[in-house]
Design a protein around this ligand. Structure first.
Ligand code: ADP
Ligand code: MG
Length: 688
């Protein structure tokens, strides 16, 4: 990337440029969009005698004396007077030049808070300006900017103000459109935010509802909408391998299954099969509730690639899920002669090399693994299709970064978590979406019970009975913190301790049952061993941490106990509960809770008790938490929207989307100008 021309032109020192870069400022335009955190009112001079203590005020007075005192510590003390009222200034850190600046006889304009001091009324470290009597006051509020160490407000202000004076900040939008939207001109808006008049509605600035804020947010959203639209269109202009249906392997898989595809699976599969046959890269999100059978659709997609002699990759967010996929898909595909490889961070060097060699040579037809699959050193010979499971576990940034990884394989993303409307209209607007809206037949819905932890003994008995009857059960240990572990993040030590203790207690309580333990700190091989044993019914009760949250598929397991359910998020509870109810046996989820329950916990438990539909649960979850947090928790790094708020600015998103559609349809040159202005060097990021 070239150094931004504007910063270079301005003749800024490298150190200053580095500090600005820390604030995300790389151009003059970035300076103009570095908007204030708050404002100070220096437009009104308060007569010193009337200044009240503890409130920020602007006063003027004349220096009577200034001297450096050494006790109790080195301090510059300045005494001023104005119309018979005295004021003391104290500076603990100061430059010799300040002593000169505040020489006796000088008239100072001071901004700060007056407090009772040792000698009388004093200001500590006020903002100081030497003025001639009668120097005019500023006509706008003084902005206070977010800054970083080594960069003073004064420097930042000066830079921003000169940028504002030099930049045209002309409008990218026609006046008619602005009028229709009720938005002010761009230049006017930016200036209003940096230099608001003293009589501005301060609350509307703070809450970002002021028309100037609306305009800036609209422009930001418009840039995002245009970028997503263009990315979508550009993708259609890019070349990807055509992978048409040959119906050889795919049909063979369907025939080999002990069940037939659901109508919903068939429909999703038909769309994907068509996408793959196109000469441009697919970017499709496949949504379907927990247990709806997305894996099978992914397997069919991979087979279609194999039929055309291209490789596929399947990435899952956790080791345990990736391993499950590996086992399941090997089971399905190996009999068809398909060569499947396994890649994870936990592989021994030798095995890893073997797998990577096989992938690089093209021998491997389907590679399955964790994010290790897309790290450096992994080279595919002919990657035609990349599948990402549980894609909501990867952040928006990761998704976009993956898409920019050079080649143009087709991409299939899968998720059990529906994307809220504002998100699908913004961060996901470059994707096509399919939904599997029905579960396979013969599932008995999971019955959910909420049980007070005081009745734990009854639950324990229930588990024993069920296991004696040939059922299998999970016992899920509590989250210690009220937040979900991030992808790849192991449980914390306390959680691990609880799991170990629960395991010991269960073994002691049920000497007649085979009890297993699985947690995130186990070696991958150990984890796989335990899961295998559970699957093969050698274990009847599996004590687990939330590592089993996604993907784990043991149809015979029909009972799940979740401890401290009140600490868990809705989507997590739903995912966990989805581990049972996968077979024909009637399934039960027992959610143990501890009193007292917070309002939020009570609301969550009520929803999970009343609803089994994942989409409905997700909607309720969003209503409880708001999309801001929903996105924030998962979006690591790159904040793509700085000003607009998905939750509060939904109306603006709609307006921006409409405007983007119109402008692009009209072939307006405004689109390019707008994108350059707003995204500059960050544009590459969106080119999915
Ligand atoms: P998810 O959509 O949550 O990833 P899975 O793909 O893990 O769901 O499927 C859940 C279970 O349902 C698996 O055991 C899978 O083999 C089984 N399954 C998938 N499709 C069908 C079907 N059409 N009929 C019956 N069982 C199915
Ligand atoms: Mg799945």
């Amino acid at each position: 990337m070239t150094a931004p021309a504007a910063a270079r032109d301005a003749g800024l020192s490298p150190a200053l440029r580095a500090r600005l870069a820390k604030l995300g400022i790389a151009s003059r335009f970035d300076l103009a969009l570095h908007l204030p955190l708050r404002y100070e009112d220096e437009t009104r001079l308060t007569p010193l005698a009337e200044a009240r203590e503890g409130e920020p005020v602007l006063v003027e007075a004349t220096v009577v004396s200034s001297e450096v005192k050494y006790r109790p510590r080195r301090t510059l003390v300045v005494r001023l007077e104005e119309a018979g009222t005295e004021l003391w200034l104290r500076f603990l850190n100061f430059y010799p030049s300040q002593l000169k600046q505040m020489a006796p006889g000088r008239r100072l304009r001071l901004f700060g808070e007056i407090r009772p001091g040792f000698f009388g009324a004093e200001m500590v470290h006020p903002r100081v300006r030497v003025v001639e009597p009668g120097t005019p006051l500023p006509t706008s509020l003084t902005p206070v900017y977010p800054t970083t160490a080594g960069l003073s407000q004064a420097t930042l202000r000066a830079l921003i103000h000169s940028a504002l004076d030099e930049l045209l900040l002309d409008d990218t939008l026609e006046p008619e459109r602005l009028a229709a939207l009720g938005l002010p001109a761009f230049r006017e808006s930016v200036l209003a935010l940096h230099r608001p008049p003293p009589d501005v509605d301060a609350a509307s600035l703070a809450e970002r509802t002021h028309p100037a804020w609306q305009r800036v947010k609209f422009d930001e959203l418009l840039a995002q909408q245009c970028a997503m639209r263009i990315a979508y269109a550009e993708r259609r202009g890019k070349a990807a391998p055509r992978l048409p249906s040959r119906h050889t392997l795919t049909n063979a898989l369907v025939k080999s299954l002990p069940f037939s595809l659901t109508g919903a699976q068939r429909a999703a599969w038909a769309t994907i099969a068509q996408d793959l046959a196109q000469p441009h890269p697919m970017r499709r999100l496949l949504q379907g509730d927990v247990g709806s059978g997305k894996t099978l659709v992914a397997a069919l997609a991979a087979l279609q690639a194999v039929e055309n002699d291209w490789q596929s990759a399947l990435m899952a967010p956790t080791e345990i899920l990736a391993e499950q996929h590996y086992l399941k898909l090997s089971h399905w595909l190996a009999p068809l002669g398909v060569r499947v490889a396994w890649v994870s961070g936990g592989l021994k060097a030798r095995d890893r090399k073997k797998a990577l060699d096989s992938i690089a040579s093209g021998h491997t037809q389907l590679a399955i693994g964790t994010h290790a699959l897309f790290q450096e050193g992994v080279a595919f010979s002919r990657l035609g299709l990349a599948i990402v499971d549980e894609q909501h576990r990867f952040g928006v940034a990761q998704r976009l970064a993956l898409a920019s990884k050079g080649q143009e394989p087709h991409q299939l993303m899968m998720s059990a978590t529906p994307i809220p409307r504002t998100l699908s209209m913004s961060y996901y607007a470059d994707l096509d979406v399919s939904v599997i809206d029905a579960l396979p037949p013969g599932r008995t819905p999971v019955l959910t019970k909420l049980v007070d932890d005081e009745r734990r003994d009854e639950v324990v008995l229930r588990v024993r009975e069920a296991c004696r009857d040939g059922a299998q059960a999970y016992w899920v240990c509590p989250l210690i913190e009220e937040r979900e572990a991030r992808p790849g993040e192991p449980e914390n030590a306390l959680q691990l301790k609880t799991a170990l203790e629960t395991y010991e207690t269960m073994r002691a309580t049920f000497p007649d049952l085979a009890v297993g333990l699985v947690h995130g700190r186990m070696k991958p091989g150990e984890k796989a061993g335990v899961m295998e044993a559970f699957k093969a019914k050698r274990l009847q009760l599996l004590v687990a941490t939330t590592v089993i949250e996604v993907g784990v598929d043991v149809p015979n397991a029909s009972l799940m106990v979740i401890e401290h359910a009140e600490r868990m998020g809705l989507s997590q509870l739903h995912q966990l509960r989805g581990r049972v109810g996968r077979g024909t046996r009637e399934s039960l989820a027992i959610l143990l809770y501890h009193r007292p329950l917070s309002e939020m916990a009570r609301a969550r438990l009520k929803i999970i008790y009343e609803t089994t539909d994942g989409f409905e649960i997700a909607r309720e979850d969003l209503a409880l938490r708001g999309p801001g947090e929903y996105l924030g928790a998962r979006q690591s790094g790159a904040p793509l929207l700085r000003f607009a708020d998905l939750e509060r600015d939904e109306a603006l998103i709609h307006a921006a989307r409409q405007a983007a559609t119109d402008l692009i349809a009209a072939g307006s040159p405004a689109v390019e100008r707008h994108l350059d202005r707003w995204l500059g060097s960050r544009r590459f990021f969106l080119k999915a």
